[in-house]
Unconditional design. Structure first.
Length: 735
């Protein structure tokens, strides 16, 4: 009987042990090291782990390992992460690219005018701001982690997760396992000298690889029984390989991590080391190859991986069902700022509380704030509410630099050579204001003075003053006196223009800029060609009122690939000091429309159409539409036109269309062909002549190079109506 009882007990014990063996699964932790673009290999590793049926229970990562690991922990599978990385523009990410469409009209002009910007404080010139805030990366991570935006404890993610940052003040590691997932990943990947430190809980954090590039112990503490580790960091390089700053910085970081890795390898149960020695930390263009290297290295330990799934149900990670892209903003919370008002911030966001937006709208609003360069730190979080909406919580740190020196360089056939020196100061008199003075020194001395108070959606106010001058042969009908010289086609003029404007403007339907104002203009035009008579063509002041509506979504002013723009303006001249004794009140209306679209690979079509006319009394010719030339900054109604010399044809009404096909042969190198057509005559729209076969036409072939000082262009132009051809050079941003 005792023997029977003993046998039954033994069998029961065996069943219990067997049940434990088949039901108790060892917890598997995954460690992903940092390594910049080499971290693409992590994606290849994850693909093979999924193929082997491995379920990851804990993830820890550093730098790029934190980004890949964080996405995997949030629910994405390897294929989805692969798709995300392959559709990310890493050039834009590294440069913290701000789309032109996210900038207001002032900022577009600012970024397309100055080649060099330097802080200027107490008459001391600083160095350019080199560090990127990483907003492009932060916007991207915020959007793709929206499914888990309400989770603040990373242990509550679909897969428990942690990442490592480095406290830049102490050099010690900081374990990031709570808070905002996107911000934590950004901090862990904040490569020194490239991205600004990220402040979390009062600590300034940079790339975690500086302190701990392989958090094996931290993942073990989460509860992992088995550690799978992926090491993509560089080995130490010899002196012949240390040929650039990036490699030297990586080498400095690796000096303290290489020795520690020997211990970490011992602590790793399955160690994976992809063969990526031929790739660097910024080899983002080689992502597909690096992913394959990760797959190859993982297949080398495939049998070990399969052994982990023995006696367990094979796991297949499902595809993450991504939440809708729309967000209902319940409230916008932002602590009070010293120099900028709440309406200013709301105006930059371009949406208000209780608005339904998508993440593209949110990203554009944040980019618009970033484009002002008024804030050194921009943090924002979406906080889900109980009723299914989200609060937008923002934390902005004002830029201590308020004064800047800016420089530009330009040459064209009208204004000739010029050097631009600008002084810009923010918060000169009021909150939200900016004052800017351009001094243009060269063949034609000029100036531009701007003062603007930006109140966002509310009415904004501004004042402009500018002086223009040039000497040039222009269309003779700019002056009635030229009628005494029937053999002349053009007359040489000295042109002087001083314009002062006061205006108010606002944002219309969150897209269009609408405004109105009053203008005081002084013109002084002389011609030595008319020396036998009085050489002064005009010496009068003019008072006018104006209104305008503008929109501009082009991605590039000079070489657009997409976008469209519209500008409409009406101006009524009411009074004049009337030097010619011919002035009577009159008005001018004009409008421009343009669109750019990609035809096929590297080839873009840009189409533009514009028209203008005067109405009321025909009193003076100086405000006529004058066409001809290329590459100059427009003033009054002077317009470029291929096939004709600068400012060589004029009338009080015109209609013009142009098209340009641009082919980017190499990055930032452009070949283009342009054609333009126009009808131009006095009172053109009083008959059907404006829809007749164009009287004026012109063509051009050109080459353009995008440079830090602006475009460098050469155009060869001709017209079937002219026997003479023209070749024009233009260097630098137009001003």
């Amino acid at each position: 009987m005792k023997n029977v009882i003993f046998i039954i007990f033994l069998m029961a014990s065996s069943w219990t042990i067997l049940a434990q063996d088949t039901t108790t699964k060892l917890k598997i932790g995954l460690v992903l090291s940092g390594g910049g673009a080499k971290g693409f290999a992590h994606i290849g590793v994850l693909k093979v782990l999924e193929e082997a049926g491995i379920k990851i229970d804990y993830i820890g990562g550093t730098s790029m390992g934190a980004v890949v690991g964080g996405l995997y922990a949030s629910g994405y599978n390897a294929t989805q992460i692969d798709s995300i990385f392959k559709t990310t523009n890493f050039d834009e990410l590294i440069n913290d690219f701000i789309p032109r469409a996210s900038k207001n009209f002032y900022e577009k002009r600012n970024d397309e005018l100055y080649a060099l910007i330097l802080p200027f404080n107490k008459f001391k010139i600083g160095i350019p701001e080199a560090l990127s805030k990483g907003m492009y990366n932060y916007n991207l991570l915020t959007r793709i982690t929206r499914n888990v935006r309400g989770i603040k404890d990373f242990n509550q993610l679909p897969t428990p997760f942690l990442c490592i940052g480095t406290d830049i003040e102490t050099g010690k590691q900081v374990v990031l396992n709570k808070g905002n997932l996107a911000q934590s990943m950004l901090a862990s990947a904040a490569f020194p000298t490239l991205f600004s430190p990220v402040e979390i809980d009062g600590k300034l954090l940079v790339d975690g690889g500086v302190a701990n590039n392989y958090p094996v112990e931290e993942v073990r503490k989460l509860g992992a029984d088995i550690i799978i580790g992926v090491d993509v960091q560089d080995d130490l390089l010899d002196r012949n390989s240390l040929k650039n700053a990036t490699k030297i910085l990586v080498q400095i970081t690796n000096l303290q991590t290489i020795e520690k890795m020997k211990e970490n390898i011992i602590k790793t149960d399955i160690y994976i080391k992809p063969d990526i020695t031929n790739y660097g930390v910024i080899s983002f263009d080689k992502g597909t190859e690096i992913i394959l290297k990760g797959e190859e290295a993982t297949f080398a330990v495939y049998e070990k991986l399969k052994a982990l799934t023995k006696n367990t149900v094979e796991y297949k990670k499902p595809k993450l069902k991504i939440q809708t892209d729309s967000v209902h903003i319940a409230a916008i919370n932002c602590p009070a700022l010293q120099n900028y008002t709440r309406p200013y911030i709301i105006g930059k966001l371009q949406f208000k509380a209780d608005a339904k937006i998508n993440y593209a709208d949110l990203q554009k609003g944040i980019n618009t704030i970033n484009a002002t360069h008024n804030f050194s730190t921009i943090n924002y979080f979406l906080e889900p509410t109980k009723d299914g909406k989200d609060n937008l919580n923002m934390y902005l740190k004002e830029n201590p630099n308020k004064t800047y020196l800016k420089f530009g360089l330009h040459y064209d056939g009208l204004y000739k050579s010029a050097v631009l020196v600008n002084l810009t100061h923010k918060k000169t008199f009021f909150k939200n204001d900016i004052a800017s003075l351009d001094m243009i020194i060269g063949d034609n001395i000029r100036y531009n003075l701007d003062y603007y108070i930006d109140n966002g959606f509310n009415l904004s106010f501004g004042f402009k003053s500018k002086f223009n001058q040039f000497n040039r042969n222009v269309a003779k009908n700019i002056s009635d006196k030229s009628a005494n010289f029937p053999d002349l086609k053009t007359i040489n003029v000295d042109f002087y223009d001083v314009t002062n404007q006061a205006y108010f403007q606002s944002v219309f339907v969150q897209k269009f800029l609408i405004g109105a104002g009053v203008e005081f203009k002084y013109l002084n035009i002389k011609s030595e060609t008319l020396a036998n008579t009085n050489p002064t063509i005009d010496k009068s002041s003019y008072t006018s009122v104006f209104g305008y509506l503008k929109y501009d979504s082009f991605d590039n002013k000079y070489f657009p690939k997409k976008g469209w723009g519209f500008s409409g303006e009406i101006q009524s001249y009411l009074m004049s000091s009337n030097y010619t004794k011919n002035f009577e009140p009159f008005s001018i209306a004009k409008a421009e429309f343009g669109i750019a679209t990609k035809l096929f690979h590297k080839t873009t079509l840009e189409f533009q159409s514009e028209a203008g006319f005067s109405f009321g009394s025909k009193s003076v010719n100086f405000f006529d539409f004058v066409l001809g030339g290329y590459g100059f900054n427009t003033v009054n109604n002077f317009k470029p036109f291929y096939g004709y010399d600068f400012l060589s044809v004029a009338a009080n009404s015109y209609i013009k269309s142009s098209a340009t096909v641009d082919y980017e042969i190499f990055k930032k190198n452009h070949l283009n062909f342009s054609a333009n057509f126009a009808n131009l005559e006095d009172d053109l729209f009083s008959s059907v002549n404006w829809i007749s076969i164009p009287k004026y036409s012109g063509y051009a072939v050109g080459y353009g190079l995008e440079t830090p000082i602006g475009p460098i262009e050469i155009k060869h132009s001709w017209s079937p109506e002219n026997s003479k051809e023209y070749t024009w050079f233009s260097i630098g941003f137009m001003f």
